[in-house]
Write a protein that binds this ligand. Sequence first.
Ligand code: PAF
Length: 286
Amino acid sequence: MKTFSAVPDMRSEVRTQKARGKTVGLVPTMGYLHEGHLSLIRGSIRQMDYTVASVFVNPAQFAPNEDLQQYPRDMKRDSDLLEKEGVNSLFAPGDDQMYPQGFGTYVEVVDMQHKLCGRSRPAHFRGVCTVVLKLFNIIEPDAAFFGQKDAQQAIIIRKMVRDLNLDVKIEVMPIVRDEQGLALSSRNAYLSPELKKQALSLSASLKEAQNMIESGERTAEKIIRRMKKIIGSEPSARIDYVEVVDTDNLDPLKKIDDQALIAVAVFFEKVRLIDNFMFESKEKKQ
Ligand code: PAF
């Protein structure tokens, strides 16, 4: 595996590979890799000729009161894992490469960036879209791989790609969970064993929502009420949101028809976790 930190070197490597006729897959990450990231890497390696993984803790997507400084980092371990998976190149730029002195251009998906997570993290998706577009411009991938766990992020990035006519296919891979059902996240590293136990209420509430929908319940309010009861019974849980929204525009749904995103964000003490379940009726799947 080759490692690049400078934009021109990374760009020239990818262009060489493309000139050889190789298709290029990009897996953007903020590092501290877990099985969820590795499933994206494996997806890219399966589908593409050449895989680039990026590791960059993007300051633009953190608010001043958030965990940028504490965000877990371990470049040596990440690099070893990526090499073992068979990644071709690691792009690990410094802040000065991505946000040089005088940087002042941002990308906003205006109609969706303030919904769901965007309400409590108003500048988050602007930071995500800006860094993802920069990575797309540097690496010029044919396809980029994202996780369903960050459902709003994936929907917003798809919208950015459509709106800005970007020539990159967005692949969204299923949520990876631990044996007990907790969705994998680098932020799980902050959880004490007790908080981890309480955090299982997220997947439990989503499972209950799925059961309710599959048994014919279609009223969003009833589903949300039941989910809030399950999560709210944990002493350290502080609900940011529990919502049932349209999968295209993230608008709240009153009644579920043939598709819905059921999404939750909850603080366990200072740790904010998200999880979701995407419902599609049998008719819609066909
Ligand atoms: O999902 C993440 O880890 C980040 O939001 C991403 C896409 C790498 C952009 O910094």
